[in-house]
Design a protein around this ligand. Structure first.
Ligand SMILES: [Zn+2]
Length: 204
């Protein structure tokens, strides 16, 4: 699911798994949208409120630069975390992880205490790996947070493959593209093209 900050008075949570173009092509079903304030109080939305709201509110409050948060339970990222590893900059599109991806162990982030600890552990980074649980990525907007989430799972896949074959080497920082925002927009446009053209997704 992905979440988008809207101003700093309220934020919207969408609970379905969607990717770029399809999100714009048709309006979200009302039962997939919730609106909260930054204290986690429900302003709009019906049905069972998702449990992990403190994860989002604490990151939004700690990071004024963050306009969108993705939280998901991607299997390869989880497997990498279980192995004791974390995401590393191992390929040409992994500059967003070069500053480090901290890890945090725990079940549901369903209390203020846990949400605060996750936000503190994330610090100023773009992603955090929740060991045995999933992934959280952040960005200034939805394309940045979503593309980072997709790249996180792809990076986990490559690391697991490389580890099975031998030693995992990271890319030297000086050859990674430092323009992470432009890279995110490029990947987002590529994903839009994939969806518009009906091509099979290459970045899942
Ligand atoms: Zn979760």
């Amino acid at each position: 699911m992905f979440e988008s900050g809207e101003g700093r008075n309220k934020w919207i949570l969408r609970t379905s798994n969607i990717r770029c173009a399809s999100a714009r092509a048709k309006p979200a079903p009302p039962d997939e949208l919730y609106c909260f304030d930054y204290q986690g109080r429900l302003l709009e939305g019906k049905g069972q409120v998702p449990w992990e709201i403190p994860l989002y509110t604490n990151i939004y409050r700690a990071r004024p630069d963050v306009g969108s948060i993705v939280h998901a339970h991607p299997p390869l990222t989880i497997a990498l975390g279980i192995s004791g590893e974390t995401i590393r900059p191992v390929h040409q599109l992994s500059a967003c992880f070069a500053a480090g991806v901290p890890t945090f162990g725990g079940d549901l982030i369903n209390s203020e205490e846990l949400g605060k600890k996750v936000a503190e552990t994330l610090g100023d980074k773009r992603a955090i790996l929740l060991v045995g649980h999933g992934a959280v990525t952040v960005g200034s907007d939805v394309p940045e947070a979503v593309t980072t989430a997709l790249l996180m799972e792809e990076t986990a896949r490559l690391q697991l493959l490389a580890a099975a074959a031998g030693k995992v080497r990271t890319m030297p920082p000086e050859i990674l593209n430092p323009d992470i925002k432009s890279a995110a927009r490029f990947i987002w446009r590529f994903l839009e093209w994939e969806e518009e053209s009906g091509a099979a997704p290459r970045l899942r």
